[in-house]
Design a protein around this ligand. Structure first.
Ligand code: ADP
Length: 257
């Protein structure tokens, strides 16, 4: 009593209820597969810095090394510990966002003021100059202040990280037909076209010789995307390899309180 629908290719008929059950189980398996993949990536990401930390501590504890080497090993231990701690924080943030356990405290915020505060914090860091371009009047959005700060710190941190030769970062706050556009522009490495569809995927990192030495977890942009989507907004990128990138966050403009 059951047949294959020639158009959808799916089984139909009186056994349908049962088949739906089968399809559900496949979905469950798919989720399990994703989880396993996630666990194996995360354990690799943890094991690598951890084995370097353990290795260098063992050397320091058991061998006589020159002062110069000692300083270098300690610097590596410090760097790898920070990497682990960032990874765990990013990972927990994503877990909270994914499971819906992240609470958002929405309130009306002046986007210009928010960006001004953030840009001030980045001023002069790592020899970079961040400049804000915004009108004097406030532009209001409905947002969670801490989470939006996290988004823009992430994007500015990337803009600086992936611009090894350039020193300038431009930040724009604009309105367009009821939308608020916040643009973070850098003049750095840019992003290859074939990476664009994977860019906001967790753990994805562009891998080429230019950036192999630049540290990161590949989780930052997926966190950005989830937070902005929870604000009913969008994040897009306009980029050219070797010239730089503009990350554009689009939020909904609201009237003043
Ligand atoms: P991470 O920086 O930790 O690797 P992200 O999720 O923040 O992870 O970014 C993913 C990848 O996108 C990075 O590895 C990098 O190759 C690329 N990327 C992100 N922002 C920029 C940027 N402003 N310029 C060039 N490449 C970028």
């Amino acid at each position: 009593e059951c047949y294959v629908n020639p158009i959808s290719g799916e089984m139909e008929g009186t056994l349908r209820g049962h088949l739906v059950g089968l399809r559900d189980r496949t979905e469950e398996e798919r989720i399990d597969e994703l989880k396993n993949e996630f666990v194996s990536i995360i354990s690799h990401e943890i094991r690598t810095p951890l084995s370097s930390i353990v290795g260098f501590i063992e050397i320091l504890a058991t061998r006589a090394v020159t002062e110069e080497k000692r300083a270098k090993y300690i610097e590596t231990i410090h760097k790898e510990s920070l990497r682990l701690s960032n990874l765990i924080n990013d990972f927990l943030d994503l877990q909270r966002l994914d499971s819906g356990r992240q609470e958002f405290h929405f309130q009306s915020l002046d986007a210009v003021l928010l960006l001004r505060e953030i840009v001030e914090q980045w001023q002069g860091k790592d020899n970079h100059e961040a400049e804000l371009h915004a009108a004097a009047e406030p532009i209001f959005v409905q947002g969670d202040e801490d989470r939006l700060k996290q988004v823009f710190h992430n994007l500015i941190s990337n803009a600086i990280k992936y611009s090894p030769g350039a020193t300038k970062i431009d930040i724009y706050v604009e309105t367009d037909n009821g939308k608020v556009l916040i643009k973070i522009q850098d003049y750095g490495l840019g992003i290859p076209a074939d990476a664009l569809d994977k860019l906001f995927t967790r753990f994805y990192r562009v891998d080429n010789s230019d950036r192999r030495k630049i540290g990161g977890t590949g989780l930052g942009l997926s966190i950005v995307k989830e937070i902005i989507e929870a604000h009913h907004g969008k994040v897009v990128v306009d980029t050219e390899l070797g010239k730089g990138s503009i990350f554009i966050v689009q939020l909904v403009e609201i009237d003043a309180e």
